[in-house]
Design a protein around this ligand. Sequence first.
Ligand code: C2E
Ligand code: MG
Ligand code: MG
Ligand code: MG
Length: 284
Amino acid sequence: EEANIEEINLKEYDDELSIREVRSLQIEHDLLQAVENQEIYLEYQPKFNTRTGRIDAMEALLRWHHPQRGFVSPANFIPILERTGMMAKVGRWILMQACKDALCFQQQYHDNITVAVNLSISQLLQGKIVEDVANALAETALPPHLLELEITESMTMNIELMMPILKQLKALNVCIAIDDFGTGYSSLAYLSDFPADTLKIDRSFIEMIGVNMRGEKIVQSVIHLGNELGLQLVAEGIETQQQLQYVTEKGCHYIQGFYVSRPLRFEQLKEEIDRIHLEFGQIK
Ligand code: C2E
Ligand code: MG
Ligand code: MG
Ligand code: MG
């Protein structure tokens, strides 16, 4: 009898697997179409200056709204873009669009507002990223220091491979941020000569504020470390007043998070930023 049950489970598992495979092929197909039909788009999450209470930057986040499935997370569909070799093309489009939008932000808000673009590992390794960034800057005439490129800490794992590319990017005068800092399992030693301007403290640490004493101390120490190294610090995923207050007191320059603002479509940003400046503008 036991063997029977196992057999049935195995069969269900097989069916499940094939359904999943078909689904993922379908998703892959739909995504190709979406890219062709320009159904993917960018949202922007404001980056809030804890000292002035103003918005100094916007992070571009890729969005895909599937006609049947609804919103699909970039964490799920970006790996498909990478696997199918489409990320290079989509990545170029993101860079160009973000640089164009950055020029509008400058006109609408202030001269020094920056735009941040997340880079994927395949973009960095396929060898054309320096050219792509240079092209986007040249074509839009965006001053390079107003573009920030975010790479995750896990991409720094292969430091020998990454270093020359990052140095070439820095030579264009763009800024480089290390995203999801603290989650990449890489040795801290790489920070000693890594050409980064900004550290973004991962949300998993921010969540520990007020909950886990040692976690809180990690946040404090990373802020201290960043300041000692002359880096800008951003706390990611701030959802409460308590978290905002904690990182501000410890010397974190910027925050992003639902507490201040969710990522929004370009057209919704003006109203949102006016609201933020009104609500938080009094902060000293
Ligand atoms: P990320 O770059 O670390 O972006 C931050 C993520 O946290 C975003 O998720 C954002 O919506 C979310 N977030 C911001 N504030 C809060 C908060 O207060 N609470 C919570 N729970 N979440 C918050 P999203 O947009 O789903 O993006 C997930 C990841 O996908 C990004 O992480 C980034 O690694 C990647 N990604 C998104 N857009 C792009 C892109 O254009 N290119 C590349 N290569 N990767 C992208
Ligand atoms: Mg990011
Ligand atoms: Mg992050
Ligand atoms: Mg993240």
